[in-house]
Design a protein around this ligand. Structure first.
Ligand SMILES: [Zn+2]
Length: 340
């Protein structure tokens, strides 16, 4: 008799560069694209390599368009990680764009990301969890497999209120950011990956704790750990146990700032958890990934999307190892003539 299938989870990282935070915050100087990628990327790749993890990196098109970043971005693809599209301009008001502007934004990012990494992009995550039906339609028309832009939480408006309260933006800029980190009703959105009703695009949210819908991505755990390391560990354990009980395969999110200390990005002291020393952040990262790896096999988001699409017909909710494992052994097959 076969042993029961092992549960699986996916991990991704939004490769937000220093300038993206400065831009969203309205800080002068972002226009010359100040960067910490040279420090962050090798450190993150080493961290993943040491733990034999292959994940999805969502790259910002503007960073791919800068020749100075080419070797760093290629090193991510060479390490075997999946490459996704994180928009070109990284504007969390993407949902305000017209259809033509969305098309241009997605295509431009795609062109530069694929050009520099040599990998076909099949997944998208909107900046600041910004997405819309129009974005999903553009992604589906361009042959994307999944959209990983949603964060189903009720805390989005609170995070936005804190952010706007502590920034010096004028009313026009504040209005643009009126949906930053999502709306109250986003907390009611499904936690399960599912096929769109309008296309074959798979919608994969960043997982939040079932029922209470509080986040548990790494930046959040680091922030909690600044208050109580033991509390942060217990919170993650509770989150993973809740996912297990509800048959939800978690999709866990990382950011470069989880791997950087304040002296490496002094302009971003406003980011929660930035005062924590690097070794403490790395301890939280290590403990979180170890906690997830102890319960789940970790895959990329594209593998997650393929498995979720496969299991949709059977009514299965938690995706099992079978399709994901095959996908992991051999990268998902792509249409002929597409670059890898
Ligand atoms: Zn981002």
């Amino acid at each position: 008799m076969n042993s029961p299938p092992e549960a699986a989870a996916s991990v991704s990282l939004d490769l937000d560069d220093k300038w993206t935070y400065m831009k969203t915050r309205g800080l002068a100087g972002w226009e010359v694209f100040p960067s910490y990628l040279e420090v962050a990327v090798p450190r993150i790749l080493r961290f993943l390599e040491e733990r034999k993890l292959r994940i999805t990196f969502f790259i910002v098109g503007q960073d791919a368009a800068l020749p100075r970043n080419a070797p760093l971005l290629r090193s991510i693809a060479r390490a075997g990680h999946e490459i996704g599209n994180h928009s070109f301009h990284h504007e969390p008001w993407l949902h305000l764009y017209s259809h033509t502007e969305i098309e241009r934004e997605v295509a431009l990012a795609e062109q530069h990301i694929e050009g520099v990494t040599g990998r076909r992009v099949r997944g998208f995550r909107g900046p600041g969890f910004s997405t819309s039906t129009a974005v999903a339609d553009v992604l589906a028309a361009r042959g994307y497999r999944y959209d990983a832009s949603r964060l189903p939480t009720f805390l989005g408006p609170l995070a936005r209120a804190y952010y706007l309260m502590t920034s010096n933006l004028d009313w026009k800029e504040r209005r643009r950011r009126g949906r930053l980190y999502g709306r109250w009703r986003d907390g009611f959105g499904s936690l399960r990956p599912h096929r769109s009703e309008r296309s074959s695009l798979v919608d994969i949210p960043v997982t939040t704790v079932p029922i209470v819908r509080t986040p548990f991505h790494l930046s959040y755990l680091i922030w909690l750990s600044g208050h109580s390391p033991a509390g942060a560990r217990q919170y993650l354990n509770m989150a993973l146990a809740s996912c297990r009980a509800c048959h939800i395969a978690p999709s866990f999110l990382l950011h470069p700032l989880d791997f950087l200390q304040l002296s490496e990005a002094p302009e971003l002291g406003f980011f929660p958890g930035m005062t924590l020393p690097l070794h403490r952040k790395l301890e939280v990262a290590d403990s979180a990934l170890a906690g997830i790896a102890a319960r789940y096999r970790i895959f990329t988001l594209e593998e997650h999307a393929l498995a979720a699409a496969d299991s949709a017909g059977s009514g299965a909710s938690e995706w099992t190892l079978q399709p994901a494992h095959e996908a992991a052994a051999q990268p998902p097959s792509l249409p002929e003539g597409k670059i890898r």
